[in-house]
Ligand binder design. Structure first.
Ligand SMILES: NC(=O)c1ccc[n+]([C@@H]2O[C@H](COP(=O)([O-])OP(=O)(O)OC[C@H]3O[C@@H](n4cnc5c(N)ncnc54)[C@H](OP(=O)(O)O)[C@@H]3O)[C@@H](O)[C@H]2O)c1
Length: 326
């Protein structure tokens, strides 16, 4: 099969389409002919040699896919050849074919185009895990979603809206409209405003109940200051820095705060299967009736993979960047 190979770790110029052995499905696995995959920041880090795939995972980039079942393992009962599926991968999405455990595959929601379905798995599973499983977001609570126009951010806004939360987001000014269309109540331009001050003003100093953070170091102090009593902060990335220069830890005790970090990729298969089932239950009917939608910024043919990486690295996208494979 053809796959995107990384000639040597570094810039996007090292990406090229080459030959790679087609994988064979194990007895509980399906072989998927990939229609599309989607970019994730982790792909850029992996391309640079800064995020090696977990043990046993394909070294090929790509954490999600949509496509058609091309072959089924001997013990597979859920899928037949030709079924349209999408899902999470520990690697291997930038290729013509990939194998996955049958319970990790999800049916393409009704009304969603096969290529567009590649925009769903990683961001909706991450956002659902963060808001529902980890933060336990309740109706009527206030949530702050940093990088609101990111792929994960656009999924998180929609899920928080469906849970009945009041939503604050930070994003560059040009991305505020899309955040509002998806359900954000308050948009903050973090480049010109202090989000902690805006939140303190709007909430009369009470703060927000939940923060979903991708920036970390530079935001840590202001995040602690912006959380309400018994607030929960879920940390998912270090887009700013993993290091904190200075922070007042007082609020952690005084406000009885909970701080949780997580990466989805490294979770066990059992955990991912359960999360996949729970997201299906929460979201699939909502995708079918148009309440939830994958937010797609752009679709590149996979021959243009380097261009797509450059685009994401320049922070130009609002929502997902897809690569069309077949
Ligand atoms: N832990 C997990 O399980 C998990 C799972 C999936 C993704 N992630 C991580 O979550 C993050 C978001 O992923 P994604 O694919 O949704 O990203 P994305 O679509 O590429 O969006 C990232 C956005 O973050 C904003 N941003 C970048 N650097 C920033 C900075 N220093 N300060 C403030 N905002 C910044 C930019 O938007 P603006 O123009 O608004 O600044 C950028 O477009 C990534 O770091 C990814 O690795 C973690």
């Amino acid at each position: 099969m053809k796959a995107v190979l990384v000639d040597k770790f570094g810039g996007s110029e090292n990406l090229r389409i080459g030959e790679w052995p087609t994988p064979e499905p194990g007895e509980n696995e399906i072989l998927v002919s990939i229609a599309a995959t989607a970019l994730n920041r982790a792909d850029i880090l992996q391309r640079e040699g800064r995020y090696p795939p977990p043990k046993g995972a394909s070294p090929i980039l790509g954490l999600e896919y949509s496509g058609r079942v091309a072959k089924v393992g001997a013990k597979v009962s859920r899928w037949e050849v030709g079924d349209e599926v999408c899902g999470l991968l520990a690697g291997g999405g930038y290729a013509e074919y990939v194998t996955v455990h049958e319970n990790l595959a999800m049916s393409v929601p009704q009304g969603i185009d096969l290529v567009q379905a590649a925009a769903i798995p990683e961001v909706f599973l991450t956002a659902f895990q963060a808001l529902d499983w980890l933060a336990g977001l309740n109706a009527g609570e206030k949530v702050l979603i940093h990088a609101g126009a990111s792929g994960v951010g656009t999924a998180a806004i929609q899920i928080a809206r469906e849970k009945g939360a009041e939503i604050f987001v930070t994003a560059s000014a040009g991305k505020h409209d899309i955040c509002k269309e998806l359900g954000a109540t308050h948009t903050i331009d973090y480049k010109t405003e202090s989000f902690a001050k805006v939140i303190a003003d709007i909430t009369n100093g009470e703060g927000v109940n939940v923060i979903i953070d991708f920036i970390s170091g530079p935001y840590f102090d202001a995040n602690l200051a912006s959380l309400a009593l018994e607030g929960r902060m879920i940390m998912l990335a270090f887009l700013g820095s993993p290091k904190v220069e200075s922070a007042n830890l007082g609020p952690i005790l005084r406000k009885r705060l909970t701080i949780i970090g997580s990466t989805l990729r490294a979770r066990t298969q059992k955990y991912k299967v359960k999360l996949t089932r729970d997201l299906n239950e929460f979201a699939w009917a909502k995708f079918a009736d148009g309440t939830l939608k994958p937010v797609i910024d752009s679709i590149y043919n996979w021959e243009e993979v380097a261009k797509a990486h450059d685009y994401m690295e320049a922070n130009k996208n609002s929502g997902k960047v897809l690569l069309r494979v077949h």
